[in-house]
Design a protein around this ligand. Structure first.
Ligand code: SAM
Length: 199
C-alpha cells in the first residue's frame, strides 16, 4: 500500500460513519447523472470509488435484476457503511484499488466515478486501467454533486488553471488514457464529464 493510499484510507475512514448524513439530499443528482450513462436492462456497470454506495441504487435500477453492478473502493470503512445501508443488495462490493481492478478486459458497458479522480495518485494510469475493463464504445461518467467553484469555496481554496478537472486539462488527460470526452458540465450544483472508450 503506497503512502497516497494510506492517506486516502485515513481520510475516508474518519469520514465514513457520517458520509451519508453530511449529504442527505444528493440522491436525485446521482440518479440524474446515472441516467446520462445510457445503461440498458442487463447492462454491466462499475461504480469506481463507490464509497458508501450512494450511486448503487440508481445503477441497479438502470440495469435491472439481470444486470451486473459492482462497487469498488479502497477504504474498508466506506464499504462497511455501504453494507450497513443495505447497498450490497444493489451491487457487489469489491475492496480494491482502481489501479488494479480484478476484472476482465472489456467486460463492462460503463463506469461511474463520483468524487474519485482528485484522490488518484496517478490519474492517467488509473483512468487507463478503468478503460481496460470497459468495452470499446462504453461510457465513463466523472461526477460530483457540486461544481468545481462551489467545492473549492467549501474547502476554502480557489481554483487554479492547473486544476485536474478544468475542461482542457481533463480533455487531454482522458485522451491520454484511452477515452474521448463527449460532454463537460461544471455548474454550481453539478460537475459531470462524460467520455467514450476509444477503440
Ligand atoms: C469523495 S469519496 C466519494 C464516494 C462516493 N463515490 C460518493 O459519491 O459518495 C471518494 C472515494 O474514493 C475512494 N478511493 C480513493 N482512491 C481510490 C482508489 N485508488 N481506488 C479505489 N477507491 C478509491 C475513497 O476511499 C472514497 O471512498
Amino acid at each position: 500500500m503506497s503512502d497516497d493510499h494510506t492517506h486516502v484510507q485515513e481520510f475516508f475512514t474518519a469520514r465514513a460513519a457520517d458520509w451519508d448524513r453530511r449529504f442527505p439530499d444528493d440522491a436525485p443528482a446521482y440518479a440524474a447523472a446515472v441516467a446520462e450513462l445510457g445503461l440498458r436492462e442487463g447492462g454491466r456497470v462499475l461504480d469506481a470509488g463507490c464509497g458508501t454506495g450512494r450511486a448503487l441504487p440508481a445503477l441497479r435500477a438502470a440495469v435491472g435484476p439481470s444486470g451486473v453492478v459492482l462497487g469498488a473502493d479502497l477504504t474498508p470503512a466506506m464499504l462497511r457503511e455501504a453494507a450497513r445501508a443495505g447497498r450490497d443488495r444493489d451491487g457487489v462490493l469489491l475492496l480494491t484499488d482502481v489501479a488494479a481492478l480484478p476484472l476482465r478486459s472489456s467486460s463492462l458497458d460503463a463506469v461511474f466515478a463520483a468524487g474519485l479522480i482528485a484522490h488518484l495518485p496517478d490519474p492517467a494510469g488509473d483512468l487507463r486501467e478503468i478503460a481496460r475493463v470497459v468495452r470499446p464504445g462504453g461510457v465513463l461518467a466523472l461526477f460530483h454533486p457540486i461544481g468545481r467553484a462551489a467545492l473549492a469555496a467549501r474547502q476554502g481554496r480557489t481554483i487554479t488553471p492547473d486544476d485536474l478537472r478544468a475542461e482542457p486539462n481533463l480533455r487531454a488527460l482522458l485522451t491520454r488514457s484511452g477515452w474521448r470526452m463527449t460532454s463537460y458540465a461544471d455548474e454550481d450544483d453539478r460537475f459531470l464529464a462524460l467520455a467514450v472508450r476509444a477503440d
